[in-house]
Design a protein around this ligand. Structure first.
Ligand code: PGA
Length: 254
């Protein structure tokens, strides 16, 4: 069944610079969680900080990895597998983030990552989003293809463990000039919902949560959350600022 809570995940990326700051920020998130009963809060930390954060805060706060291996195990230097993460209690992962795709993760590899994570019963936040908008609606086909290739062959029974994050690449990070507009987001969430229903059927596909990510901040979070089909936010830069995060949560709570 669909959760009626708003899901807000802070994606710390390759931040902060040390374990002390990472734990301080995670502590802050676990306190914020108590502020908003209708908000599910999560934090996506670099691998290196996950064991300590899990030990201290993992019981009360969902912690997310930022990627995982498309291989189950074996000779893959530098990779971390889904089973290794679950063995320390990490049950959530962000996959297919555009910054991972920019570093070479292909649709095919992301499909392998999704499959491995779901096989371990992890909750997967699958990121999709176009690099640019095209007058001929090529961006629609682009996102449809990302969804199809990542989710092809995934069983309907795994659908409750999937969340989609729509993150237009042009709206992400310091180089972005703005978040996407309501109309731009709405056009794509309709496309995403249609594809999910096609892949998993009306009930399972209709129940998958869709988040928006890309230049989310305290000024725009309310209007972003008011868009039909948007049921949460993936927050980058603002996730590192404890005060900004608190204000986003309080606004989302209304
Ligand atoms: P941003 O990043 O909020 O800094 O634009 C979002 C993301 O990459 O998930």
């Amino acid at each position: 069944m669909k959760s009626n809570k708003i899901l807000i995940i802070g994606n710390l990326k390759q931040n902060p610079k040390n374990i002390k700051e990472a734990l301080a920020l995670t502590r802050h998130y676990s306190q914020l969680k108590k502020l908003a009963k209708n908000v599910e809060l999560g934090i996506a930390l670099p691998f290196i900080f996950l064991p300590a954060a899990q030990k201290e805060f993992g019981k009360g706060l969902p912690l997310y990895a930022q990627t995982l291996s498309d291989a189950k195990d074996g000779a893959h230097t530098g990779e971390v597998g889904a089973a290794q993460l679950t063995s320390i209690g990490i049950k959530n992962v962000v996959l297919g983030h555009s910054e991972r795709r920019a570093r070479g993760n292909t649709n095919e590899e992301i499909a392998g990552q999704v499959e491995n994570a779901l096989a371990e019963n992890m909750h997967v936040v699958l990121c999709v989003g176009e690099r640019a908008r095209h007058a001929d609606a090529e961006h629609i086909n682009f996102v449809e293809k990302q969804l199809e290739s990542a989710l092809f062959g995934i069983k309907k029974t795994d659908a409750p463990n999937i969340t989609i994050a729509y993150e237009p690449v042009w709206a992400i990070g310091a180089a972005a000039t703005r978040a996407a507009t309501e109309n731009e987001i709405y056009e794509m969430t309709i496309t995403i919902r249609k594809k999910l229903v096609e892949l998993f059927g009306r009930t399972a596909g209709g129940d998958i949560r869709i988040l928006y990510g890309g230049s989310v901040n305290t000024e725009n979070c309310e209007s972003l959350l008011s868009i039909h089909h948007i049921e949460g936010l993936l927050v980058g830069r603002a996730s590192l600022d404890a005060k900004e995060m608190k204000s986003i949560i309080l606004k989302a709570k209304k």
